[in-house]
Design a protein around this ligand. Sequence first.
Ligand code: NAD
Length: 371
Amino acid sequence: MKVKKVVTMSERAVLVCGGAGFIGSNFVRFLLRRGARPVVVLDKLTYAGNRISLPSDSSLEFVRGDIADSALVSDLLRSYQPRWLVNLAAETHVDRSIESPEPFLQTNVVGTFRLLESVRKWLAQAGAAGRDFRFLQVSTDEVYGSLPQSERAAEGCAYAPRSPYAASKAAADHFVAAYAVTYGLPILLTNCSNNFGPYQYPEKLIPLMILSALEGRELPVYGDGLYVRDWLYVEDHCEALAAVLERGELGSRYNIGAGNELTNLAVVQKICEAVERMLPAAKNPALQRAGAQQYGELIRFVEDRPGHDRRYALDSSKIRRELGWRPRHDFETALQRTVAWYSANRSWCAQVLAGRYDLRRLGLLRVSAPE
Ligand code: NAD
């Protein structure tokens, strides 16, 4: 049997690109809890990235900047000589990619490419400082495209991206995989299903619905609501990323999914139930103002997303079998915890939304009629 060297957390710096975003800020907390020293965050602070999502910790260093800024990234690599670089920096909202695809190309493709180039050049002259370095690219299940009911995408499946977001992530993944083959870069790649949990920007389905329900606003469900996604609690994702960094085989990719396949409508209904358990509709003045007796009455079916993928589903048996990872949180409990977090952190929500996003519908194609 091949014995894999287990790399522990505290040996050298970890550079987390996009660490002020949803998964990034959860992963930074996770790393600090596990004793990683120092954790260096490189983040451009787009609308989705926020310093207030990060803890104050003397072992955390924050650098505001772009992954596409080669001079800055090279400087960080030389200064910190990280053991791990985790790339979570990205434009991530499908609806925004429909409205305005260019930033997705710039950050997700060009940014990742520049990051790879900076790493390649650094490793070429780093000598012992680059020993055991690992580059982890965090990607999505959306690159596999829409799947029929009986299928799950395994790691060997061909990519079939269908939104500008998915296409940009797919292109970046191809560059990452190609750099392993062509230049021998020590890369790892993960494809994960939909995450939920604390610190997710409230444009995404779960936080948007929780806040809207609490505030008695309509709960817009796209199309017939029967689009299926596989939901994973962010804490479980963090554990999976650590398992891949510590024990993953270089050059490999790993799917990460919990197998919580649910329609969007079912998710919204479960959110209504979870909000009801925490704040019964009868005691929520916002609901009375909206003229509703129950949270479910706020659900509205609205115009569908253009090119909406019907179903994503991952076969994540490889990471379970080879690295021993499995999700520790069941969907209902994690959802209840998430509802409680958003309810208790309304000031975080207000601050990250202020002047950036007004909760309006994004990503509808408006083709003007010919004169
Ligand atoms: P997010 O939108 O919450 O955060 C992205 C972060 O990247 C933000 O802090 C933003 O400021 C930063 N950023 C954007 N452009 C940058 C640039 N050019 N340079 C430096 N920083 C930049 O995203 P997320 O949900 O945390 O997703 C993180 C990663 O995980 C992404 O690559 C995404 O594709 C992937 N992913 C997310 C999910 C999910 O459900 N959220 C699922 C699978 C994979």
